[in-house]
Write a protein that binds this ligand. Structure first.
Ligand SMILES: C[S@@+](CC[C@H](N)C(=O)[O-])C[C@H]1O[C@@H](n2cnc3c(N)ncnc32)[C@H](O)[C@@H]1O
Length: 278
């Protein structure tokens, strides 16, 4: 069984902008994610921004349309080719490059904003990537990211359910061992000199996250008393709600995502580079 199968992105490159392709699900993450980013950067016009692991360019186009001077880098040459083709067709001036996030080909202190979304859980060395992002940000510049937590719930939802059972994500795209605990990421960022580190839940699954937490408690304690019955009732309730949400996704393609305090599966955040850094 493959894990962290990056070949999937090469193979999907030609379909990146095809509304019917699986990869297009990533497109729908941008609206809610930028609702969070906009809290800290209300005006993008004229800012120099870099999208690390930009794929076929969903977020780059989002930022370019808001007037940002946009750069995108990805290790997949095929994705960059697809991104260039699409931005060209839409007359967007985006500076794309093939390259790896662990060794960014940009000068120190270059960007006002760097984003890295849905990528940290795929790279070979996320510590090196964050350190590179720190280096290329201007002093006082802002880093935005989202990624996946590493625990029982994320294994259940992202690997077993989304990949193996529902096949909404192709099996083998993720490697659970590469998922990152929020506290690990925060500690790393603070050690590099980032400050004002903030994180929130990027919640695609609503209360199903809560139910899985309960399930995990039962799994550990193996106590099937009255509270177990309450749990089962709650599970049915939540399953129904999520099933309706899932049907909606199948019909319209879009997700209902909340930014909240539940970081147990996916989380989103921001951090500022130390202003004193030269
Ligand atoms: C899940 S996709 C996300 C794409 C894009 N950020 C988005 O949200 O639409 C992950 C991307 O990370 C890229 N990637 C994986 N490892 C990388 C690395 N070490 N350096 C640069 N890009 C990488 C893959 O090629 C792929 O395009």
């Amino acid at each position: 069984m493959k894990k962290n199968d990056l070949e999937f992105y090469d193979l999907s490159a030609n379909q990146w902008w095809d509304k019917n392709a699986k990869i297009y699900a990533l497109y729908y993450l941008n609206q809610p994610r930028f609702e969070f980013f906009d809290r800290f950067v209300p005006h993008w016009q004229g800012l120099k921004v870099l999208d690390v692991g930009c794929g076929g360019g969903f977020s780059c186009e989002f930022m370019a349309k808001r007037g940002a001077i946009t750069y995108g880098i990805d290790s997949s040459a095929k994705c960059i080719e697809a991104a260039q083709k699409h931005s060209g067709e839409n007359s967007l001036d985006i500076k794309y490059k093939v390259g790896v996030a662990e060794s960014l080909p940009y000068e120190n202190n270059t960007f006002d904003v760097v984003i890295c979304v849905d990528v940290l859980e795929h790279v070979s060395d996320y510590r090196q990537v964050i350190s590179e992002i720190y280096r290329v940000l201007k002093p006082g510049g802002i880093f935005f990211y989202d990624t996946i937590n590493r625990n029982f719930k994320s294994r259940f939802m992202m690997i077993w359910l989304m990949e193996n059972l529902l096949r909404l994500i192709p099996p083998g795209v993720h490697d659970w061992d590469k998922f990152i605990l929020p506290e690990e990421l925060k500690e790393l960022m603070l050690s590099l000199g980032f400050f004002e580190v903030e994180m929130k839940g990027f919640d695609l699954f609503g209360e199903i996250g809560f139910v899985l937490g309960e399930l995990n408690t039962f799994r550990k304690n193996l106590k099937f008393d009255k509270s177990f019955q309450v749990f089962i009732r709650k599970l049915i309730q939540v399953w129904k709600a999520n099933f309706i949400n899932y049907q909606l996704y199948r019909k319209t393609g879009s997700f209902q995502i909340s930014i909240n305090d539940d970081m147990s599966i996916m989380y989103i955040g921001k951090a500022l580079k130390n202003r004193e850094t030269l």
